[in-house]
Design a protein around this ligand. Sequence first.
Ligand SMILES: [Zn+2]
Length: 375
Amino acid sequence: MKNRYASNTVDNHLAGLTHFAHWITQCNIDVKSINEKLIQQFLDDHLPRCNCEKPAFYNAKDLRGALGHLLVLLRANAIIADPSIGLTPVDEELRRFDDHMNHVRGLAPKTTRNHYLSIIRCLLFEQFADRAVVISAIKPDHIRQFVASQSTLCSAPASISAPISALRGYFRYRATLGDQVHHLIGVTCFPANWQQATLPKALSNSEVERLLGALVHDGPSALRTAAIVHCALDLGLRSSEVAYLGLDDIDWSAATITLRGTKGRREDVMPLPAATGHAIANYLKYERPPTSNRAVFVRNVAPRDQPVGPDLIRKSIRQAYLKPVCPTHGPIFCGTPWPTAYWRVAVPSKRWPMCFGIARSIPPWFMPNSIAGIL
Ligand SMILES: [Zn+2]
C-alpha cells in the first residue's frame, strides 16, 4: 500500500499470501526457510495440484508478485538470509542474465526483466534442476517442447510472444559469452504465421548444407544474397534487422555486430561469426555499388543509393532457398507468403568456427584494411 498499488492488486496479493501461508503451515515449513526455491516449489509443484480449501487464490502471476514482495520484506527485517547464500547454479545463471538485461540492454526491472527471468527459470529448472547450467545440453527439441508447453498457458497465439522474446533474449545473451546457440535461436520464432498446434520446424542440417551450397552461383546479386542468407542463418536475424544493418554497426576489429533495429528499439551486440563476416566482406568488396548510403545492403537498381527493404531481404532468401528445393518445406513457397519462421533456421555446429566472435579466428584477408576503402 505504501507503494500505491491499485486496491485490487493489494487484495490479490493478500489473498495470494494467505494461500502461501496456509500451504507452509500445512507442510510445517518454518518461516525462516522461505526463499526463492521454496516459492518456486509452491508455484510449480503445489499450485497445479492444489486442493486447499476454497476459495484459495491461485493466479500465478499475482502469487509470484506477492511472494516477491514477501521475500523483500522478510530480508529487510532480517528474518531470512540474504539471497546470495545458497544460490543454485540456475539462480546464479539467472542473476547474471538479469545483470545483462539491466546493464547492457537497459530493460525495466519490474516488468519485462522479471517476466523474462520467470520464463527462463522454468526452462533452466526443467533442464538442470540443481545441477550446473550447460548450455550445450539444451537441444532444439527441448526448446520446441518448452514453447509448446508455454503456448498451452496462453489464451491467444499472440501471447506466446513474451516467452519467445525471453528465450531469444537469453540465447542472445549466451551468444555474447561465445556460446554456440544459433540452432536454439533458430527455433524461437514469433507466431506471425503459425498456430499453436503447428509449431515451426527448423531446417535439418542437410537442408542447411544444401541451402548454403546453392549460394555458390553467379548472378548480379549473388554475393548480396549470400551475405543476407548468412545473416539470417548464422545470427537468426529478422528480415528487418538484416535490412537495417549499417556499416557502422559492424566492428571488424572486435568481430561484433550491433543490432539497432530490434523489437523494443533496443541494441544488441552480438559476436560476428567468421562465416557471416566473410560473406558480408565479400559483398562489400566485390558487389556493393558505390554509394554514400551507410546501409550494408543497398539497392542495385533505381531508386539507387537506398537501402534494401525487409521485403527484398525475404525475397532474396526465398529465391536462394528455392534453388536447393528442400522437399520438407517446398510447398510453402507455392501458395503462401514466406513465413518469417522458416528462414530463422538452424545451422550445424561444424559450420561455426571455434571463434564465434573472437578476432583470432578471422583470416588475414578479413581484417579491416582489406575493406577499409569501402568503409
Ligand atoms: Zn493450495
